[in-house]
Design a protein around this ligand. Sequence first.
Ligand SMILES: NC(=O)CC[C@H](N)C(=O)O
Length: 315
Amino acid sequence: MPEQKAQQDLQSILDHIYHELAPRFGEGKVADYIPQLARVDPRHFGMAMVTTDGELHRVGDAEVPFSIQSVSKVFTLTLALGKHGENIWHRVGREPSGSPFNSIVQLEHEGGKPRNPFINAGAITISDLILAGHTPRELIGEIIRFVRYLADDETIVIDHEVARSETATGYRNFALANFMRSFGRLDHPAEHVLGVYFHHCALAMTCSQLAKAGLFLAAGGSNPLTGHSVVSRQRARRINALMLTCGHYDGSGDFAYRVGLPAKSGVGGGILAVAPGKASIAVWSPGLNENGNSLLGSLALEMLAARTGWSVFGP
Ligand SMILES: NC(=O)CC[C@H](N)C(=O)O
């Protein structure tokens, strides 16, 4: 049966990627500015894929939870669009920044309006937006419930050690939040907004959970596993466009060139990638490249895109 063959092929593509990269496990530099992340073994490598027809393929440490960090910004952006619709674009732009994820320079030139929702300043603004009418604790609860709903998995939790660790050392993020507040661009106190931000970054998920949570973006806004309709087709397309252009910070152009899939990275070494109409893929390898994106994770997705022909720019 051709369909069965295609499924075997996808599993064997993942198996081959794993074996080809195995000699390099541990390459890259683990994020050490968040003390709790510096303790992660850099030799982990996991990958999971959920196809739009519901097949799950896994390899390596696909069931080991890790800190999803900035990958969570896709979920908070989705929540913000749900609550405020297109009004969010008065507060945050949708252009690539060409700057590191935690840069402050551009913010001064641009009056405290972040370039996009995926750099830190932009995600902090999104946390501020969705905080309206809630306490930080209530909102953090709502974010966890939303991610559990997306992945259809009630076991997903926040790693409070990671959140505490970043709260204690997140000087740069405090600077960004206070700087934006000085422009009148945050409605809530910096500590409240960052309380939300640090906690959603500290969500701990496995590659399988993450791939399932991202499946709605590969399937036109609905999760085919659960039947949940999450966003409209147009909104899924637009979130994918932002992931493609901004999901890897100042490495977004290179990632689009090499991989050609909408994707969002995090300093925990995770990447969520979307192959529209085909599959949602999560990869985890903690060692980062110079832009703070998973070194081997990017390479694994480059191999996957080449072997499946799934680049959005054509096979
Ligand atoms: N790129 C990232 O994953 C950054 C997220 C991290 N919590 C930070 O704010 O620095």
